[in-house]
Design a protein around this ligand. Structure first.
Ligand code: FA5
Ligand code: MG
Length: 417
């Protein structure tokens, strides 16, 4: 509450976003730095790697309807309720989501448009590409804005087996290269919906997995690529899975998917259909395909980055030399935690993002201890500052660090050490 009281004194009564005016309230936590990203539309820039990847995936799903310019401001109903998120789901929390006000958010995933698209649609397959927003940690693979692509395919329940078998035979005949794939079956913790027969769920699952495996194979064209399916949970699909690929000896999650909850199809005018949905992260795949080592590079306006890419072509990025990093530590006593006012590292990360912008490469908690008598907690964060475009000066970073200290004390109520 202390933090909010201070926030509201500096907060204007409305936010102007893409030509629309929204009243602010105690939920508002969207910063100008974040709002400045809304107009970039990286996925629509012709020679940008994200656009090339998007177009490759679109051409793989060529019979689907393609959407790519929906408004990033959605209601909490669209982003959560329509997708059957429980009222207490952590994704709704202000520490994870950018709220415009208590009823509007910056979409946290492309699934926010599922119900609208299904309600309006005549087509049986959609692909939707969009920028999505999440309050998160700071490192080379996390950025508060990234891009997702969502696919939905629905089938009439009456003719399911025939339609799916004919589709599968084309899918498997056109899929290149023998890739190693590890599958897992459904289980008690990842159940088939009671309204579906086992045969319906199996057919939809087979079509879903085959479609995604064939897409990934066609993107990577690599016979040594290793793919595995793991069990997942989403409120809007069941059963659900995530696909991971082996990259530099680590399993990298690239998408989530599953059989659409029948309740969503029922309430959008498709009670006589069954279907699947998936959502993938474009940056995750583009970093592998184009060899891009740092997620901030996608936002670079430096011509040494942009000039390396040509419309529609997948080429390997040649890194330009890294400029030196500058590390600064900050230590403080956190305010005592009360009910509903818990400390969250994301709130500190957000201040660093807002003050330092893309100069912040990484923020890491390096030390934490509790005062033996008072019970208060001291935290020390190490901020790694680096520009991708020039050498930063120590004086310049000191000024930024001073500002981070000042605003942390003011907005988070910490006692600087
Ligand atoms: C979702 O967002 C679900 N809406 C996906 C989905 C759609 C499931 C339809 C079922 C049906 P998740 O939060 O796991 O799920 O994100 C999906 C993908 O987005 C991840 O697999 C990953 O590739 C990418 N992603 C998630 N968080 C980040 C991040 N911080 N930075 C970059 N990519 C991310
Ligand atoms: Mg996930």
């Amino acid at each position: 509450a202390a933090a909010e009281a201070k926030n509201s004194t500096s907060q204007s009564p409305t936010l102007e976003i893409l030509g629309q005016s929204y009243p602010t309230d105690t939920h508002t936590n969207t910063t100008p730095t974040i709002l400045s990203k809304l107009s970039r539309n990286l996925h629509l820039q012709p020679s940008h790697p994200l656009n090339t990847l998007k177009r490759r995936i679109e051409s793989h799903f060529s019979t689907f309807t393609h959407l790519d310019n929906l408004n990033p401001v959605v209601t909490t109903t669209q982003n959560f309720d329509d997708l059957l998120f429980e009222p207490s789901h952590p994704g709704r929390s202000k520490t994870d989501t950018y709220y415009i006000n208590s009823s509007h958010v910056l979409r946290t995933h492309t699934s926010a448009h599922q119900s609208d698209v299904l309600r309006n649609g005549k087509s049986n397959g959609y692909l939707l590409t969009a920028d999505v927003y999440r309050r998160d940690e700071i490192d080379v693979s996390h950025y508060p804005v990234f891009h997702q692509m969502e696919g939905i395919r629905i089938f009439p329940r009456s003719n399911l087996s025939a339609e799916i078998s004919s589709d599968l035979s084309t899918l498997t005949s056109s899929a290149p290269s023998p890739t190693s794939i590890t599958d897992i079956p459904t289980s008690d913790t990842n159940p088939i919906q009671s309204v579906h027969t086992k045969s319906e769920a199996d057919l939809v699952t087979k079509h879903l997995k085959t479609s995604l495996e064939s897409m990934v194979k066609s993107l990577f064209r690599d016979e040594t690529l290793q793919i595995r399916w793991i069990e997942a949970y989403f409120p809007f699909t069941s059963p659900s899975w995530e696909m991971e690929i082996l990259y530099q000896d680590k399993w990298l999650e690239i998408l989530g998917c599953g059989v659409v909850q029948q309740q969503i199809l029922d309430s959008t005018g498709h009670a006589d259909k069954v279907g699947w949905a998936f959502g993938l992260g474009l940056e995750r795949i583009a970093m592998v395909l184009f060899d891009i080592p740092d997620i901030r590079l996608f936002w670079s306006e430096d011509k040494r980055f942009l000039s390396q890419f040509r419309e529609g072509e997948v080429t390997t990025f040649k890194p330009f030399s890294k400029y030196p990093a500058c590390y600064k530590d900050i230590s403080f006593w956190c305010p005592a935690e009360k009910e509903g006012e818990k400390w969250h590292d994301n709130d500190f990360a957000e201040i660093v993002r807002d003050v330092a912008g893309d100069l912040a490469e990484n923020v890491r908690l390096i030390d934490q201890f509790t005062h033996p008598k008072k019970g208060t907690v001291s935290r020390c964060f190490r901020i790694n500052y680096r520009s991708m475009e020039r050498t930063v000066t120590n004086e310049e970073i000191d000024r930024i660090q001073d500002e981070v200290r000042r605003i942390s004390a003011e907005k988070l109520g910490v006692t600087l050490r």
